[in-house]
Design a protein around this ligand. Structure first.
Ligand SMILES: Nc1ncnc2c1ncn2[C@@H]1O[C@H](COP(=O)(O)OP(=O)(O)OP(=O)(O)O)[C@@H](O)[C@H]1O
Length: 441
């Protein structure tokens, strides 16, 4: 009776707090969501709620599980929505794809039928498992924060009224009221980390302290609040940074960030990258590298990020941009043949207007990007390392890999913008002119 009152009281209070008027209950048929549905049936009039169950079509029993929920709704006079997932993607995480299909369907039903609130049956064990899993995977505070009791969902909201109740309490309620439910057999195999934590680790941890789950709840609440406070301060910092943002890059002043201490900077960059529309994931190690670059006084220092994005610090600014992918393969080029290299169309012609002057017509012409050990011939007959030339010309490291290098018979004769062997050839000898041009369409 006490548990009944606690659950019903909490549910009423949450619906009231979050002004949930027309409610869609997400029910998978498992014990948690059947308990939620049973409770809702006791609190709301059927005209104010409906049930939704998505058949993910991933297990043979899924259709009969949906039928079970459908029948339950029919018996109780509840409106019911369902759909079956048919177009399963290949080569992506199945669980994540199933989830995004599920939430897209929830959204569609809510908009079409004017529901203002989606209720899910997430509970305290789900929350604790999420936190521990994220702790194991990343330790990133923004990821470690777990489910919130309420969050916006498009123009509407998701409310999770059972977050403060344990799985055991929900199972107890199901027992008392003899609530039938389906059993997901995959909960028992220990292939997933979640199941290993649920079945092996949490029972052990709870032996240390029976209050463990509520501590996770409390920790989550506090961490969420701290992050919200930090974000307020970061907004002010971002305003002072004068950010300029396009789909391809974002840049800004670094001075405002340097007012934060090193740990606060870590928190800042974690937030900065998670909320940007530039789709970059960033590791803790990369955040450390960014901070090193900002604290150091080396202009043009850079950090490589995922998918060829890079973070570059110039004197008092930073820019995050995509570095063009270099084609590192060398290609052989014939005279008058058009080749595409790093997105440019190029051609070598052998005519008098040539801007490359050589002392013999080459047998082999090769185009490639830089390699370690590349050397340039100078007029005194000596060689200079290409890397040295890049430094002299102040070409930042992140750009060097995109520079085109042209070789005649294995001798570098030209490097984009910074070297042309013609400038170093002795006058008086017999020379040939060769043209190296970018072809415009
Ligand atoms: N197929 C489904 N159809 C309708 N509701 C579902 C379905 N699967 C899950 N739910 C709802 O989501 C809640 C959480 O389910 P579960 O723990 O399996 O999901 P999750 O993938 O871990 O979490 P999330 O839904 O936040 O991604 C369930 O209690 C239920 O309310």
């Amino acid at each position: 009776m006490e548990l009944d009152n606690k659950l019903l009281g909490t549910l009423r209070q949450k619906l009231d707090n979050y002004q949930a008027k027309k409610v869609l209950v997400a029910v998978s048929g498992g014990v948690d969501s059947m308990v939620l549905l049973h409770l809702i049936g006791r609190v709301l009039d059927p005209s104010n709620f409906a049930v939704v169950d998505v058949d993910h079509n991933l297990r043979p029993e899924s259709a009969s599980e949906v039928k079970f929920v459908k029948n339950y709704c029919a018996e109780n006079g509840y409106q019911f929505f369902t759909t079956k997932w048919r177009k399963k993607p290949k080569n992506v995480g199945m669980e994540a794809a199933a989830r995004s299909f599920r939430y897209a369907f929830f959204k569609k039903i809510m908009i079409k039928n004017n529901f203002d609130t989606l209720l899910t049956a997430h509970h305290n064990n789900d929350l604790a498992e999420n936190i521990l899993m994220k702790m194991i995977r990343s330790g990133n505070a923004y990821e470690v924060v777990s489910l919130k009791e309420q969050r916006p969902f498009g123009k509407n909201q998701i409310v999770r009224p059972l977050l403060n109740f344990s799985k055991r309490q929900l199972a107890e309620y199901a027992d008392i009221h003899d609530i039938k439910h389906v059993q997901d057999e995959t909960n028992f195999d220990n292939i997933t980390m979640r199941n290993r934590l649920r079945n092996n680790i949490f029972p052990e941890l709870q032996k240390e302290n029976g209050q463990l789950l509520s501590h996770f709840f409390f920790f989550n609440q506090q961490l969420n609040a701290l992050i919200d406070l930090a974000k307020e301060q970061f907004k002010a910092i971002e305003r002072a940074m004068n950010l300029e943002e396009t789909l391809q890059q974002i840049s800004g002043q670094i001075k405002p960030i340097l007012q934060l201490n090193k740990d606060q900077q870590t928190l800042f960059w974690g937030h900065f990258f998670t909320k940007r529309h530039l789709d970059i994931s960033i590791s803790n190690r990369q955040i450390d590298q960014i901070i090193e670059v900002l604290i150091g006084d080396q202009s043009n220092a850079s950090v490589d990020l995922e998918d060829s994005w890079c973070f570059i610090r110039t004197y008092d600014q930073f820019v995050v941009k995509r570095a063009t992918l270099a084609n590192l393969e060398a290609i052989d080029v014939k005279i008058n043949q058009v080749v595409t290299f790093n997105g440019k169309k190029l051609k070598i012609t052998n005519d008098d207007s040539g801007n490359l002057i050589v002392d013999k017509i080459p047998q082999n012409i090769t185009l490639r990007t830089r390699r370690d050990g590349d050397k340039l011939l100078l007029s005194n007959g000596k060689h200079q390392k290409l890397s040295k030339r890049f430094i002299n010309e102040k070409i930042p490291e992140y750009e060097r890999k995109n520079y085109l290098v042209l070789l005649f018979d294995n001798q570098i004769v030209w490097v984009e913008k910074i070297y042309n062997m013609s400038d170093y050839l002795k006058k008086g000898n017999k020379h040939y002119k060769i043209n190296f041009v970018e072809v415009k369409e």
